[in-house]
Design a protein around this ligand. Structure first.
Ligand code: 1PR
Length: 573
């Protein structure tokens, strides 16, 4: 593309817009950054990827004087694409503007840009997981040139799934109905998933994280800005009986560490032990085998993106040893990965506050996380530090300090950006009465303990399974949710690398105790394990590592098997 069109990006510095940049660039367009209000009027086209909370977004727009300039730009029907909060801020107001910054006590209702009638409200979490995270379809209300490469060819079917992550939504009303470009259904709730009137377009979904479909949307939008056709939309008959569905996600995890030669490799453990058991040349001093090497992080992750992974997680598994702020290789992995991978990227390992031993400088968990977000991560996953935060929270009788990594990061980047990685081990007991402090779950016969125990509790560990704590997985999950986590990645050390399927008892216990989404992890060995965990528990995603790294099973065959068994998956062509 030799386009002359230059995209003006409104990045107010609140989060990761690297992926939006990468997506625009990969469609062949150049970008300039808006750094002062006067540039708004001069723009050929503006893309505004809102990040963070509604309140903080409006606060920054006001403080920098962008709000008035934007209102004027929009009133002249100039080309515009808002993404996520960039769509929500077009409405009159949002429930989210009730300042959670002040513990929800001080309402501070900053108005939105007020271009579209209506208020953005929160999903009811009494009957569905909130946030709405993942891949869902869209149903067109208008035919738009922006959608030319992503509209379903079959009018009776929704468009291909795109990636959403939000707790608040804009309901369709009679006043804003003419704006609706597409709608989406989340567990019975219909809402506006994109809008367009004239040259003003906005999406609740993240096109920059929606794989090929999302890139096609950006391409369709920018091409039609360029050839002046963008505003040529036509309404289409609305079928109120058509609905979309959030699909179950297939996630791939890459456990990353340096091997003994100092190269960063993807490795994979057996119950968290990542060293070769039958190494012909074990280390002479320790007698231990080398670190299992299953490939290069970015290369492997790109392969999984092309093969249809819905999400990719990089876990820095030796982060407890060194400070991550200096861990440039891991930051580089993120930077490189986000250039070619357009699905959500999570990074975990070492997200905590850290004191540099040389300078004595203290880096807060928020600073550490910010480095990763700027490098291209969409979510951070917190392991050990979440266990400690949960312990303190419970011990204090449920008091929030506002200072934990979970609280500080979710306040700035939103709850959806904070995943908690739990690494529990089973502790078998003969009867629930043997352990009153922790949540004890029944086990079926095949899972019974070494002495035929038919119950267990799941003891949390820190430092990659090396240290066990006196707290169970259910308690950590509940405390983390209360502190502001948006999702739980639930491992199980006993099942890790065993290829015997996921730990259903654990998945059920945790997913029924929290309302945030749970990702099942550890133990997948074949396609049927995914179907089983989705049928028998309420988890929203399932993660595997070893079976994909060893090329034993392909992502597309997992998804095919899911669809054949009535579980909706995102199938890519
Ligand atoms: O405690 O915040 O620094 O985070 C450390 C992170 O590193 C945690 O997310 C922890 O789970 C992870 N981690 C630490 N040590 C290991 C290890 O293996 N020695 N990996 C480790 C945990 C869990 C999954 C794994 C699944 C699926 N790996 O990533 O890939 O169990 O595997 P499978 O499908 O092959 O069974 P902090």
């Amino acid at each position: 593309n030799n386009s002359k069109l230059v995209v003006s990006l409104l990045d107010y510095g609140a989060g990761n817009v690297r992926s939006v940049r990468n997506a625009i660039t990969s469609c062949g367009y150049t970008i300039i950054d808006i750094t002062e209000p006067s540039q708004i009027n001069d723009a050929q086209v503006i893309i505004f990827p809102g990040v963070g909370s509604y309140h903080s977004a409006m606060e920054v727009l006001q403080a920098k004087g962008y709000d008035a300039a934007l209102r004027e730009y929009l009133s002249k029907d100039r080309p515009y694409l808002g993404i996520c909060l960039g769509m929500q801020t077009l409405f009159e107001s949002s429930e989210e503007s009730i300042g959670t910054e002040n513990g929800g006590k001080a309402p501070s209702s900053l108005p939105g840009l007020g271009v579209i009638p209506g208020k953005v409200i929160k999903f009811d979490d009494s009957c569905r997981s909130v946030p709405h995270i993942g891949w869902n379809g869209t149903i067109a209300h208008q035919v738009s040139p922006a959608m030319k490469y992503m509209m379903s060819e079959d009018a009776a079917k929704p468009n291909a799934e795109v990636y959403f992550v939000h707790s608040y939504y804009a309901p369709i009303t009679s006043e804003n109905a003419p704006w609706v470009l597409t709608r989406t259904t989340y567990e019975g709730q219909e809402y506006i998933s994109s809008v367009q009137k004239g040259n003003v377009v906005a999406t609740q979904f993240h096109p920059e994280k929606s794989g090929k479909t999302g890139l096609n949307f950006i391409k369709g939008f920018l091409e039609s800005v360029e050839d002046g056709t963008l505003s040529q939309t036509t309404p289409i008959p609305i079928n109120p009986n058509m609905h979309t569905q959030l699909v179950k996600r297939v996630v791939v995890a890459l456990d990353v560490r340096s091997n003994d030669d100092g190269d960063l490799v993807v490795t994979k453990g057996d119950q968290y032990d990542v060293r070769e058991k039958d190494d012909e040349q074990p280390d002479v001093s320790t007698g231990r085998g080398g670190v299992r090497n299953l490939g290069k992080p970015v290369q492997l992750a790109s392969r999984y993106y092309t093969e249809g992974a819905d999400e990719i997680a990089f876990l820095n598994i030796t982060s407890f040893r060194q400070g991550v702020i200096e861990d440039m290789p891991m930051l580089q992995v993120l930077e490189e990965a986000s250039k070619c991978i357009f699905v959500p990227l999570t990074v975990g390992g070492g997200i905590r506050s850290y004191t540099d031993p040389e300078s004595g400088r203290v880096y807060s968990a928020l600073e550490v996380a910010s480095r990763y977000f700027r490098a291209g991560a969409d979510k951070v996953s917190i392991g050990s530090d979440a266990v400690h935060a949960a312990e303190d929270y419970i011990e204090s009788g449920g008091k929030k300090t506002g200072l934990t990594s979970i609280e500080t990061i979710s306040q700035v980047y939103g709850v959806q950006a904070v995943v908690i990685s739990i690494d529990p081990k089973r502790v078998y007991v003969s009867s629930p009465d043997d352990c009153i402090k922790h949540v004890v779950v029944p086990l079926d016969e095949s899972q019974a303990g070494p002495n035929e125990e038919r119950y267990c509790w799941y003891q949390c560990t820190v430092k990659g399974g090396r240290e066990a704590r006196d707290i169970c997985a259910v308690s950590v999950a509940k405390a983390a949710e209360a502190l502001g986590a948006g999702e739980i990645m639930l491992n199980c050390i006993d099942m890790d690398g065993q290829c015997n399927g996921f730990d259903h008892a654990l998945m059920k216990a945790v997913s029924s105790a929290v309302s945030i989404p749970v990702i099942a992890s550890s133990g997948a060995g074949n396609e049927a394990h995914f179907v089983n965990v989705f049928k028998e528990t309420n988890v929203q995603a399932a993660l595997a590592a070893g079976m994909f790294h060893r090329k034993e099973v392909e992502i597309r065959s997992v998804k095919k098997h899911m669809e054949e068994n009535g579980i909706r998956a995102r199938i890519i062509s």
